[in-house]
Design a protein around this ligand. Structure first.
Ligand code: KET
Length: 523
């Protein structure tokens, strides 16, 4: 075998980049007349480069490279006829493992194919991940063929016909965008300037002094989740000792986000199962007991999954404790407009904290209120004590974003900028959002009416009416929730949450039967 061929091949693969492999390769080259060495080098190289488990097809070529037939490494080398037996099966003694069989693709004629199959994957240690507790519900729903099935899992708005909904105002904005014929150049790392301006104004109010004074660092994010994740990375980098406080319960992904960003977290009491309401005393006590300077994650409105928000007076007390303890409030605003139907009302918790002069983090999402789920459009805002701090914070958020995803997508940002920035479209959006929030309120009322009428046990279902936003936290436990799915084909999360946005008036009665059965007949 000619060393040049081996060298050619070796340099074209990544197999021989380690020092050990290079030494082996040198030995092979030195004994280049013996193909056994070459096969040995191939196998050692493949083992080292995590190629085990693939089928290695080795073409015996004379004089050079053979044509590729499938995803494999084609290795040109020469072999003597004596190494192939009459049945066309050759065997080479390869180290301790003994013979490695290879089969000749066709009768030997100077070019044969040797296939070495190994079946141990380098990914043997990778365990199966469980389905996502929320998005996994949609997958299970899709797989169900029963026509009664109902998806109340993910918080995604549906029409009364239970169809996904693209807002009319979004379609109009998209038509405008097409007419303008804008290009698809990269956005800057911080996102679309017009979007960042619009989103901060929508959140804080256009006249808010913090905006006028340049004290808000706004960076476009990959929707709510990506914005939370970017902020978590920022906390980890600049406050490595700090802890995050998460409500119990909370949106399931909050814990994942802080875990992956390596921000330690603990929970504060929030939900009281006895009253199916807010455990305000517990919440205050836990926020007080947390180490000074913790990041307190708060749901700006329409708490997920409970649908229970603090009253304006309770918000003030929460702000008092946070201020006393030198904590940093971190708002997750994924439902602005969806709780009350009014954008300003739903931002009032954030605005009241900001008006106290507190430095605040706020993650925003346009998945729900503009129905832009798949566009991944949102933002992280950091309200700072000075414009100088805001400039520095923004620069660091950009620095974190660059190696993670470089820069955000443009389409959703343009839609939001056009809707919020155009008074006519903005008003249309507000009207449409009121309609969506109104439909959810209607089904909420209808579900309560139906449960009150059909359930003869005397149970008080009025907590459903006290909850707000897309969800109702039914109080059904895991087994009861499973009964909802297994017996009634009602898909929901195992914590007892149902998305009322996925319910229609027509389906209220069916849902009532499912809830009554699960509640009373399943322990
Ligand atoms: N925060 C909260 C509180 C929230 O409920 C969601 C989504 C998000 C952030 C993130 O949304 P994004 O699409 O990244 O902008 N919640 C629904 C969907 C999901 O779980 O991803 C849900 O709870 O069904």
């Amino acid at each position: 075998m000619r060393p040049t061929l081996v060298a050619e091949w070796a340099s074209s693969t990544s197999l021989f980049r380690s020092r050990k492999a290079c030494r082996i390769y040198s030995a092979c080259a030195a004994r280049s007349s013996d193909p056994a060495w070459f096969v040995f080098v191939v196998l050692v190289g493949l083992k080292q480069s995590a190629m085990a488990g693939t089928v290695i097809s080795v073409a015996f070529a004379s004089p050079s490279v053979s044509p590729a037939t499938r995803e494999c490494h084609k290795v040109p080398f020469e072999v003597s006829k004596s190494e192939i037996n009459s049945s066309g099966v050759g065997r080479h003694v390869l180290g301790r493992g003994g013979g490695s069989p290879f089969r000749i693709g066709k009768k030997y004629s100077g070019r044969v194919t040797m296939t070495v199959a190994t079946n141990v994957s380098r990914f043997e240690g990778v365990t199966m991940a469980p389905p996502d507790p929320i998005l996994g519900v949609t997958e299970a729903f899709k797989a169900d063929t029963n026509e009664l099935k109902l998806n109340l899992g993910v918080g995604a708005y549906r029409t009364e016909e239970l169809q996904p909904y693209v807002l009319r105002v979004v379609k109009k904005a998209e038509t405008l965008l097409l007419e303008k014929g804008e290009n698809k150049e990269y956005l800057p790392i911080e996102g679309l300037a017009a979007f960042n301006k619009a989103t901060a104004e929508l959140l804080l109010g256009a006249d808010n002094p913090v905006i006028k004074e340049g004290r808000v660092a706004t960076v476009q994010g990959l929707s709510g989740t990506g914005s939370l994740r970017l902020a978590a990375a920022f906390i980890q980098r600049y406050f490595p000792e700090a802890k995050a406080l998460i409500s119990s319960p909370s949106w399931g992904n909050h814990k994942n986000i802080f875990n992956d960003a390596r921000v330690p977290w603990s929970e504060y009491r929030y939900y009281d199962p006895r009253t199916i309401g807010l455990d305000f005393e517990g919440m205050i006590a836990d926020v007080k007991a947390a180490p000074d300077g913790s990041f307190v994650l708060l749901h700006g409105c329409a708490h997920n999954p409970t649908g229970i928000d603090p009253t304006p007076e309770q918000w003030e007390k929460i702000a008092d404790v946070i201020q006393e303890k030198n904590h940093i409030p971190f708002f997750d605003v994924a439902y602005q407009g969806f709780a009350s139907g009014n954008l300003d009302t739903d931002a009032s918790s954030v605005r009241s904290f900001v008006s106290r002069g507190l430095e605040v983090l706020v993650a925003q999402s346009y998945s729900k209120n503009l129905g832009l789920y798949a566009e991944r459009i949102g933002a992280i805002n950091v309200v700072c004590a000075s414009p100088d701090a805001a400039t520095r914070v923004k620069s660091q958020l950009k620095r974190l974003a660059r190696p993670m995803y470089s820069n955000p997508p443009i389409h959703g940002a343009r839609i939001v900028a056009n809707v919020v920035g155009n008074p006519e479209l903005f008003n249309e959006w507000k009207a449409e959002m009121e309609l969506m929030a109104g439909r959810i309120k209607n089904v909420r009322q209808a579900l309560y009416d139906s449960l009150s009428e059909k359930d003869k046990s005397g149970k008080d279902w009025s907590f459903i009416l006290r909850q707000i936003g897309m969800f109702s936290f039914t109080g059904l436990n895991k087994v009861q929730s499973e009964n909802m799915t297994n017996k009634w084909h009602v898909y929901m999360t195992k914590d007892g949450r149902i998305s009322l946005a996925g319910l229609s008036l027509a389906k209220c009665e069916y849902l009532t039967d499912a809830i009554i059965d699960s509640f009373h007949n399943v322990s």
